[in-house]
Design a protein around this ligand. Structure first.
Ligand code: BYC
Length: 330
């Protein structure tokens, strides 16, 4: 049903694996969790750092498009809900940075890589949020796509990652519902509000489909990541599930998915739909999306503005250690 997956670079067949690597793969295949101090292939460790780090950065950068609307939320209630959601994202970032640190990388190193543009965050956050309806569409579509991706990751093979995902997914469900609730209000409001809701769906539909990554035939990491159960499903499988779940939700809202080729396919039991423009996707990844420079600039500024606070924490920790054991201060 899905396009053939490409073989990941450096991926070994069973015969090419050392005895240690074979035993490790057997543990994964039995569904055992791998814990931080246990032996793991270097590629497994690096892949996890890349994926968990990218995910952590996505949560933190993902606060920016929504933070943009906190001061302009239409009611006190909406403002309180949006604030809670954005704070949850900070929390998700922190669990994920902690999970990543168990793999031998420090949070400072991860930040440096993000700020230098050497580590990615989700492409979706390089698009602007132009109207209040975008807060609805982000919750509905972006958190909806995140849940589709992350629910299976609760069963991922690395213990700290899978445990972080359990809590994150509970909170993501609230995020998705609050977005859909905004869309319901807008879509059943005045003609101008409904138009705003449709416009948000038009702009965010394809960027949301891109969140699942390139199609399977171009996904360089999927085969290896799936054999290590770092990823549980292929990009195309999850994208299809997302479309199948979201189209009836759009119909319920009375909105139109901006894809003339969208059509229910009885044989496959899912929708046929148009692929996103992959050249746009790669362009955004290369740093040329509408908001890449703003997003990264805002994170670098926040990091630099917070230097006095981090310095204060380190100075306090040194003093506290010196009070406990004077030798530690030297
Ligand atoms: N954006 O071989 P592939 C959220 C990169 S949002 C940017 O398929 P992989 C939130 C990929 O990194 C969700 N880059 O890769 C929601 C690779 O480049 P590198 C964040 C992307 O890793 C609301 C290259 O393209 N969730 O949480 O097997 C508010 C080839 O791709 C994207 C996660 O990160 C993209 N969309 O699969 C706030 C979930 N897609 O690294 C926050 C965990 C692909 O070789 N991550 N690339 O330079 C994953 O599940 C996987 O990493 C992906 C990509 C499905 C994203």
């Amino acid at each position: 049903m899905y396009a053939q997956m490409v073989k990941s670079e450096g991926m070994k067949s069973r015969d090419e694996m050392s005895a240690e690597e074979q035993a490790f793969q057997d543990r994964i295949d039995r569904g055992e969790k791998i814990e931080p101090k246990e032996w793991m292939p270097e590629g497994y460790r690096k892949t996890l750092i890349r994926q968990i780090g990218q995910h952590a950065h996505s949560e933190i950068v993902g606060q920016l498009p929504e933070g943009n609307w906190i001061t302009r939320a239409p009611t006190l209630e909406r403002k309180a809900i949006l604030l809670a959601k954005v704070q949850d994202e900070a929390g998700h970032g922190l669990y994920l940075y902690s999970a990543c640190e168990t793999l031998g990388v420090t949070r400072d190193e991860l930040m440096e890589l993000l700020h230098a543009g050497k580590m990615k965050y989700s492409s979706i956050f390089n698009y602007p949020t132009l109207t209040w309806a975008d807060m609805g569409a982000v919750g509905w579509l972006v958190d909806g796509a995140a849940i589709m991706n992350q629910v299976p990751l609760q069963r991922t093979s690395y213990g700290p990652y899978s445990r972080a995902m359990i809590r994150i997914c509970k909170e993501e469900s609230f995020h998705q519902r609050q977005g859909y609730a905004i869309m319901m209000k807008m879509a059943s409001g005045t003609p101008a509000q409904k138009k705003m809701a449709q416009d948000a769906l038009n702009r965010l539909w394809y960027p949301s489909l891109m969140m699942f990554g390139p199609s399977d035939k171009d996904s360089v990491h999927s085969a290896q990541s799936m054999s290590w159960k770092i990823k549980m499903n292929s990009n195309d499988e999850l994208r299809q599930k997302f479309v199948d779940q979201t189209v009836p939700q759009a119909e319920y809202l009375g909105l139109t998915v901006p894809d003339p080729a969208l059509k229910w396919n009885e044989d496959k039991g899912g929708y046929d739909f148009s692929e996103p423009d992959w050249s746009e996707f790669y362009d955004v990844l290369a740093g040329n999306g509408p908001c890449n420079k703003d997003r990264l600039g805002a994170r670098v500024k926040a990091w630099e503005d917070g230097a006095w606070f981090r310095d204060g924490l380190v100075a306090h920790a040194r003093k506290a250690a010196a009070r406990r054991t004077p030798a530690a201060a030297e």
